[in-house]
Ligand binder design. Structure first.
Ligand code: ASP
Ligand code: MG
Length: 417
């Protein structure tokens, strides 16, 4: 069994879906994980925001726009006279949720997940249908039934043991051995839909690969493979042929768009190679990530945006730093705020975290423990792994740098944007 993952960009239009058909045609044992088409998840976030603001009219208008996008793709692929009953039913269900929900802010994350999950439910339904009528007989898998997550919305982790049983049960009676399932979604123990964090489809694919003991996982992307920097920021970025799990984990943790940070662990556990290949050039080799590659000494640069820097100042200088660390990390952990970088002096602690809906709750709790908190929003983290002298010097004179951490392997910088 192989696992293929197609991100939103690769299925953003009919040409993308035809290309997917071309790539999977002839495969015998395959689990295909698909994201929402194009920018659908962002558009659904807009629907949620409109619902949150009580503007049902706007929410309905946005749903109509999303419907039109998908309808255009279906028309192009299958003809304007074809309707896919299940797609229409999903849109109907989405409209009903928006119209009938009595929204309470305390359930914001539940409704966020409920709404954005439709992107993947709809994309996989269209793709599964299209493949079925074009010679790739496949079984649509409802990942809400296959993945049991923790009871947490918007950024849930999958319970692997339970999901192994559930997923195997979902596919056990299938007469065919090609499957199409949604990335990014699952269900909580209370039966509500959960999502796994933005860009979480890679993580879904890795869990499927892990529990089904796949031979490989392939991520089909709009780049030729893994590059050593973001080509939009560094035009001289170049492709890396082979990479090991550790470098990949480090780089995705620091914000590289290679692969979702939660992915690698599940592949490494079963020693499953991960290929990153270009969906517009299926014959190109792409990049491969495995356990048996020597460390690459290639320089890697990553940028991470959507970062908030909190500067905590100990007002009462008598605090024990260890005790303070224990208390304050517990606050971040309780709110599931992802910490990227920590830097401290005797009386100041800098913590760079992913931006989150809960930052202000964290700030209030930190202040209640007797800390002065300064929140700075417009910052980025730059990580350079396996740097050289020239790169080191480039960051010597940058006045926007707030923190610079240097180790023999890497430089990590927090700077104002
Ligand atoms: N559709 C989701 C997102 O855009 C998940 C993914 O693409 O991996 O975040
Ligand atoms: Mg996406």
């Amino acid at each position: 069994m192989n696992v293929y993952k197609f991100g939103g960009a690769s299925v953003k239009n009919a040409a993308g879906v035809r290309n997917l058909l071309d790539i999977v045609t002839g495969e015998k044992e395959l689990f295909i994980i698909v994201s929402a088409m194009g920018k659908t998840t962002n558009a659904l976030e807009g629907v949620f925001t409109a619902m949150q603001q009580g503007d049902k009219e706007l929410a309905m208008r946005l749903i109509d726009e999303i419907y039109t996008c998908h309808r255009t793709i279906i028309n192009d692929l299958m003809g304007a006279d074809v309707t896919i009953g299940r797609v229409d039913a999903f849109f109907e269900e989405l409209r009903n949720i928006v119209l009938e929900t009595i929204y309470h802010e305390s359930d914001a994350e539940l409704w966020y997940d409920t709404i954005v999950a439709f992107g993947e439910l709809i994309s996989t339904t269209i793709i599964s249908n299209y493949l079925n009528v074009n010679g790739v007989a496949n079984c649509w898998v409802d990942m809400r039934r296959a993945f049991l997550t923790e009871q947490l919305h918007k950024n849930a982790s999958v319970n692997i043991e339970a999901s192994e049983m559930l997923l195997k049960r979902e596919i056990a009676d299938s007469p065919v051995s090609v499957f199409v399932g949604q990335g990014f979604i699952g269900s909580a123990p209370d039966g509500t839909i959960t999502t796994l964090g933005r860009e979480g489809s890679d993580y879904s694919a890795a869990i499927v690969a892990n529990v089904l003991d796949a031979d490989s996982m392939v991520v089909w992307k709009d780049v030729d493979g893994i590059l050593n920097a973001d080509p939009k920021k560094f035009p001289e970025a170049k492709k890396i042929e082979r990479l090991n799990y550790m470098d990949t984990i480090e780089m995705s943790y620091s914000g590289a768009q290679i692969i979702h940070p939660k992915t690698i662990k599940h592949l490494k556990q079963k020693n499953i190679p991960l290929y990153v290949r270009s969906f517009s050039n299926k014959h190109a080799t792409g990049s491969v990530i495995t356990g048996d590659v020597e460390r690459t000494y290639e320089t890697f640069m990553t940028h991470k945006d959507n970062v908030v820097l909190l500067k905590l100042h100990l007002i009462d200088l008598s605090y024990m730093l260890e005790e303070m660390f224990a208390r304050l990390f517990a606050i971040f952990d309780n709110h599931r705020i992802h910490i990227n970088l920590v830097h401290n002096t005797a009386v100041d602690i800098y913590i760079a975290v992913d931006s989150s809906w809960h930052i202000d709750d964290v700030v209030s709790e930190l202040m209640a423990t007797g800390l002065d908190v300064d929140k700075q929003e417009n910052v980025e983290i730059i990580t350079i792994r396996h740097y050289d002298d020239e790169i080191y010097r480039q960051y010597d004179l940058d006045e926007n740098i707030i923190i610079k951490q240097v180790s023999p392997q890497s430089i990590r910088i927090v700077r104002k944007k």
